[in-house]
Design a protein around this ligand. Structure first.
Ligand code: COA
Length: 170
């Protein structure tokens, strides 16, 4: 696949809205079903005023067709003065392109930013215990499980545990 990684812009809001309404994304994130397009535009506007927040998109280049955003990763440098070595992140890939390496490309791009441009020591996240794909993806990049948040979120009528994972740059 011919994929470009670039910074997100307001014109990506429609493609990202479409990805974030997909059931596998709602299931595996903290989003509620039925997000609105206005919410996505608002979120983008807020991010563009926040210099510690970054969103990268993966765009597929198709011959003789308009390019399409098929995944994204959003990461934020914590602003507490003693936590500025730490990055939080979240991500999602279009279900129609899952298992093809898009998530791997996005995580690699974030880690390059973190290690080589932002001087980040610790990258952290929470992931639902049953999200095997995401856990395998993060372990591939050296993330380790640090603990469990029991009954972390309410999802489709049940509580679900989350794993705390982090990667330390040595
Ligand atoms: C998690 C997610 C971002 C992965 O994106 P992706 O583009 O499918 O990931 P990749 O194709 O790069 O695969 C990454 C790794 O996941 C693992 N993986 C892929 N498909 C898998 C599957 N069906 N079952 C278990 N593991 C799987 C593999 O280890 C793979 O690495 P490898 O191919 O080198 O062995 C995507 O599934 C997604 O958007 N899920 C919903 C939202 C979400 O879970 N966000 C993260 C919340 S913490």
């Amino acid at each position: 696949m011919d994929i470009t990684i670039r910074a997100a812009s307001l014109c990506d809001a429609q493609d990202l809205f479409q990805i974030h309404t997909q059931p596998h994304v709602v299931k595996n994130t903290l989003q509620l079903p039925y997000p609105t397009q206005e919410m996505w535009h608002q979120r983008f506007s807020n991010e563009q005023n926040n210099q510690s927040s970054f969103r990268l998109v993966a765009e597929i280049n198709k011959p003789e067709k308009p390019s399409q955003v098929i995944g994204n990763i959003v990461f934020e440098v914590l602003q507490n003065a003693r936590l500025r070595h730490t990055l939080d992140f979240g991500m999602a890939v279009d279900i129609n392109f899952s298992g093809l390496g898009v998530g791997t490309t996005l995580v690699a791009a974030m880690i390059d930013m973190a290690d080589n441009w932002l001087n980040i020591r610790r990258i952290q996240l929470e992931v639902y215990r049953d999200n095997e794909t995401a856990i395998a993806l993060y372990k591939k990049f050296g993330f380790e499980v640090e603990g469990t948040r029991q009954d972390y979120a309410y999802r489709d009528g049940q509580y679900v545990d989350a794993l705390l994972m982090a990667r330390i740059k040595h």
